[in-house]
Design a protein around this ligand. Structure first.
Ligand code: PGA
Length: 255
């Protein structure tokens, strides 16, 4: 059985001081959790704070972005080796905000995924369609095209170990999550694409997260879908109470 993973994407929120305050509260709230893998995704400057503050707890450290080169004249970028050095376990790659605001392409995302694996970490690859693409009935072709390029050159083992987050862009930060049926359909379709592009075994083991306005009140119906193996959570992860509640709800489903 695939172990669910619930990860926080703090985006551009929380100073080191605020991250420490979060941890002091959060650690206590999730200390009995055993069936759910937990990840925290702070900004680059708080990665080490979170790595230190979660030592011995099993909580995973997630970076929000990476560059694919090891070093060089790339002003403003951070390399995979640097992320690994401060204790990063997972790297979120291809988030829709990176794609839309910073013009990240699927080719660059593919290179980032390889770089993450080369440095002993695992990617959380985000894919998803816009509102317009959805209205035009293009959801499946968008997901297929993203995955085709993003997963290029991965081995079965690598693809099986990664996490793919299906995040419909219209559901992110809007307070309006996808229906459980749509979220399940997007995750199932993505899993089938992994099967087709990489192989059966990879499709069986890859973990699919849903992301987009997950809150304590809708967590149960979303997290109980057969092809949803966890969630990537923005706004509701900023508060230790609501994030821990989503994790506890998921723990109950898997006990
Ligand atoms: P949200 O963000 O939970 O605030 O919708 C999710 C994400 O962007 O990963």
């Amino acid at each position: 059985m695939r172990k669910p993973i619930i990860a926080a994407n703090w985006k551009l929120h929380k100073t080191q001081e605020e991250a420490t305050a979060f941890l002091n509260d959060f650690r206590e709230k999730v200390k009995y959790i055993s069936e759910v893998e937990i990840g925290l995704g702070p900004t680059f400057t708080s990665l080490e704070t979170v790595a230190e503050g979660t030592k011995g707890t099993g909580i995973k450290v997630c970076a929000q972005n990476v560059y694919f080169e090891d070093e060089g004249a790339f002003t403003g970028e951070v390399s995979p080796g640097m992320l690994a050095e401060v204790g990063t376990d997972y790297v979120i790659v291809g988030h829709s905000e990176r794609r839309q605001i910073f013009g990240e392409t699927d080719r660059a995302i593919n290179k980032k995924i390889h770089a993450v694996f080369d440095h002993g970490m695992k990617p959380i690859l985000c894919i998803g369609e816009t509102e317009e693409q959805r209205a035009d009935g293009k959801t499946e072709s968008v997901l297929r095209n993203q995955l085709k390029i993003d997963l290029r050159g991965l081995t079965e083992d690598q693809a099986g170990e990664m996490i793919v987050a299906y995040e419909p862009i219209w559901a992110i930060g809007t307070g309006e999550s996808a229906s459980p049926e749509d979220a399940q359909a997007g995750c199932k379709f993505s899993r089938d694409q992994v099967r087709e592009i990489v192989g059966e075994q990879a499709g069986d083991s890859v973990r699919l997260q849903y992301g987009g306005s997950i809150k304590p009140h809708n967590a149960e119906e979303l997290m109980s879908q057969p092809d949803i193996d966890g969630g990537l959570i923005g706004s509701a992860s900023l508060d230790p109470g609501s994030f821990a509640e989503i994790i506890s709800i998921t723990e109950e489903l898997y006990k």
